[in-house]
Design a protein around this ligand. Sequence first.
Ligand code: TRP
Length: 344
Amino acid sequence: MSKEVILTGIRSNDEPTLGNLLGAMTPLINMQKERAGEYQVNMFVPDLHSFTTPIDHGTLYQNTIRNLKYFVAAGLDINEPNTFIYRQSYIPAHAELTWILDCFTGFGEAARMVEFKDKSKQVGDDRVTVGLFNYPILMAADILLYGAKWVPVGDDQRQHLELTRDLAIRLNNRFGDLFVVPEPADKQLSFSERDNQVRIRSLRTPEKKMSKSVEDPAGTILLKDKPEEAAAKVMAATTDSVGVINFDWEKQPGVTNLLQILALTTRQPQDKVNSEWSGKSSYGELKAAVAAEVKSLLSDFQEKLTQVDKEALMRKLEADEDAMRKVAEDTLRKVQKAVGLRPS
Ligand code: TRP
């Protein structure tokens, strides 16, 4: 019996932040530690997805490799034999299956995707591309090529997962058993035990999530920031005038964000951190505690980054791309036969 497949995407382009590390990278790395072996874990870089909205193409290739190195520095084990790391664009079947799925997806069905509508608004009408529209179908191909049953995505990707399921079921009904249908979103949540509350906010505007530094340099800690500078950003974080520490995203998002960062950086349950700090009045002390943790976390991370063996990483990538290309091609071949492009 082959193992059930867990599949996740690793963003390729943006400069990773502390929010990415605590909210996305660390949970994935923990998932690898807990699940690989019993499951096959596919971690791939959706590099074809990375320019559905405009980017700087001059840095894309290097940024992809950099982000993979960051994962290794954060604890991803590249020697784990059941983990496969690969770049989407190195496996042509992704693009080929996307085309076939496109022709079974309703225009209206794709136009209902909330992420498409939101991102279209952000980039402005004249910059909305067909690629952005097609994004969820490519995502469906990413999942269906490998028979992935488990796709631990955040809330914002839930609708795309449902679309993937709809497409798999639609083609299975029409052509027989072509695809493994991924589990529904609710089951994915309980499977991944993913805490959707983990969303690190900006240190300056804690109503918003921590995002790219160009938009919010003082509110964003980058993993490449100097540890002392990161600590200074924490010390300058926006709080409130309540004067008492409480974990309350509505009324005290700044303080609550700090409590969350403290729990994650010290690897303690949120409740424990809250009971230690709730009711105290010194925001300065809380900031100092968080700043110290962030500083040591970054020093540690940056030290590990210098030790990442790039050659070993590239060998792993290429070997996994060869292995996964075969898996993807097998699925594509089945689909091509089913739709009449190849003799059955
Ligand atoms: N859309 C995902 C995100 O924004 C990335 C992604 C692309 C992905 N293809 C995927 C995630 C397939 C899971 C499975 O995070």
